[in-house]
Design a protein around this ligand. Structure first.
Ligand code: SF4
Length: 339
C-alpha cells in the first residue's frame, strides 16, 4: 500500500477545499470499496478526506415537493429499514437488501454506493492491463473472462458493468443526486450521474473531482403498489447481479399508464431504454406487452462470448419483473426464495 495523508475536516467547505487541493485525493466514508481497492493497489490516493463527521448528511427527511431526501452518509441498512422508505419506496428497500451482506450494508453509505467501482476481475489485478485502471493499457476482458460483463452501452475500450443494486432502484425511481463543490451546489438527474465508458472508461460518473455528494432525493411518485426488484445471480446472497431488473408500473385497471424498468449487471450504468418503456404506455399489462418491451430494450445487446447468455436471461428477467410488478407480487429479497 502506498503512503497517504489522512484528514477529517469539520465542515463541508473545508472538505471541498481538501479535495480540490489534491488531484489524487479520495473521499472516504464507509470505505467498503475504497479500502479494498487500496489494498489491491488499484487506488493509490495521496490524501484521504474522511467526511464521516460532517454534520447534516446522516438524516432521512421529507422534501418540500413530497418526496424523501436521503443524506449521503445514511447507511444502506438505515435506508432499507427506514419505515418511510419501506412504506413508500419498497422498490428501493428491496434493491438495497438484494446487495452485499448485512455487515457491508451497515457500513456502506448512500453516497459511496453510487461511487463504488466495477468488479471486473482485471480492474482488480494490477498485473494485467485495464483501460479503466490505467488508460491506454487495453481491455483484456473483451477476449478474456467476461461472464460478468456488459452487453449494452459498451465501447471498444471497456465492457465493465456497474455493480450496484441500490442504483438500479434509484434509476427506476428517477432519483436526483445533490452535490456540492468549489463552484457551489448542483443537482444531477440520476440518469446523468453515471456515464458509459466511451473513450474514457477511467471516468465512472459526471461528478467533478472536487464535488461531494450531499444527498439523494426521491421524487413523490413512489410506485409502491406495483414494483419489484428481481436479481438473478450465481448464488442467493452476497453475489453481484448477472442481470437485475427494477420494475415500476402505474396501472389503470389492467392497462399501463406509466412503465419504468432499469437493468443492472448489463451495462456501465443502470440501464434504461426510453423507447422500451414508452412501448408499454396504454398497453395491457400482459406477457406479450412485456416481451415486446424486452425485445426493444435488448435490440442492441451484444455478447462477448462468456456473457452471451445474459441477452436471453435479461429478456426473461424483464418479462418476469414486469409481470411481478403488475401483479403486485414483488420479489422478496429477504426469504431468498426465487418465485
Ligand atoms: Fe478494465 Fe473495463 Fe476492460 Fe474490465 S472491462 S478490463 S474494467 S477496461
Amino acid at each position: 500500500m502506498n503512503r497517504f495523508t489522512y484528514t477529517r475536516p469539520g465542515d463541508m467547505a473545508a472538505a471541498v477545499r481538501e479535495v480540490a487541493a489534491e488531484p489524487a485525493a479520495r473521499i472516504i466514508a464507509g470505505g467498503t470499496n475504497l479500502v479494498d481497492l487500496m489494498k489491491y493497489n488499484v487506488e493509490r490516493p495521496a490524501r484521504l478526506v474522511d467526511i464521516t463527521r460532517l454534520p447534516g448528511l446522516d438524516t432521512i427527511e421529507p422534501t418540500p415537493s413530497g418526496g424523501i431526501r436521503i443524506g449521503a452518509l445514511v447507511t444502506n441498512s438505515a435506508v432499507a429499514y427506514d419505515e418511510r422508505i419501506g412504506r413508500r419506496y419498497p422498490l428501493l428497500a428491496s434493491a438495497i437488501l438484494a446487495g452485499a451482506s448485512p455487515q457491508l450494508r451497515n457500513a456502506a453509505s448512500t453516497g459511496g454506493n453510487l461511487l463504488q467501482r466495477t468488479r471486473c476481475y482485471y480492474f482488480y489485478d494490477p498485473g494485467t492491463g485495464c483501460n479503466k485502471r490505467k488508460p491506454g493499457s487495453g481491455c483484456p476482458a473483451k477476449a478474456g473472462l467476461n461472464r460478468i460483463h456488459a452487453i449494452l452501452g459498451t465501447s471498444e475500450h471497456c465492457i465493465a458493468t456497474h455493480p450496484s443494486d441500490m442504483c438500479v432502484g434509484l434509476a427506476a425511481l428517477e432519483a436526483t443526486v445533490r452535490a456540492t463543490g468549489s463552484n457551489g451546489d448542483r443537482t444531477i438527474p440520476f440518469e446523468d450521474f453515471h456515464r458509459l465508458p466511451g473513450d474514457h472508461p477511467e471516468i465512472d460518473t459526471t461528478l467533478a473531482h472536487d464535488e461531494i455528494i450531499t444527498a439523494v432525493d426521491l421524487p413523490p411518485e413512489d410506485f409502491s403498489a406495483h414494483h419489484t426488484y428481481l436479481k438473478l445471480r450465481d448464488r442467493l446472497s452476497y453475489a453481484f447481479a448477472l442481470v437485475s431488473v427494477a420494475a415500476a408500473l402505474e396501472l389503470d385497471g389492467d392497462r399501463i399508464k406509466t412503465a419504468r424498468f432499469a437493468l443492472g449487471g448489463v451495462a456501465h450504468k443502470p440501464w434504461r431504454d426510453a423507447m422500451a418503456e414508452q412501448s408499454l404506455r396504454d398497453r395491457p399489462a400482459s406477457t406479450d406487452s412485456f416481451a415486446q418491451a424486452a425485445d426493444i430494450a435488448l435490440t442492441d445487446a451484444k455478447g462477448y462470448g462468456h456473457n452471451d447468455f445474459k441477452i436471453s436471461l435479461a429478456r426473461q428477467a424483464i418479462v418476469r419483473a414486469l409481470a411481478q410488478a403488475a401483479a403486485g407480487t414483488p420479489q422478496s429479497q429477504t426469504d431468498k426464495r426465487i418465485r
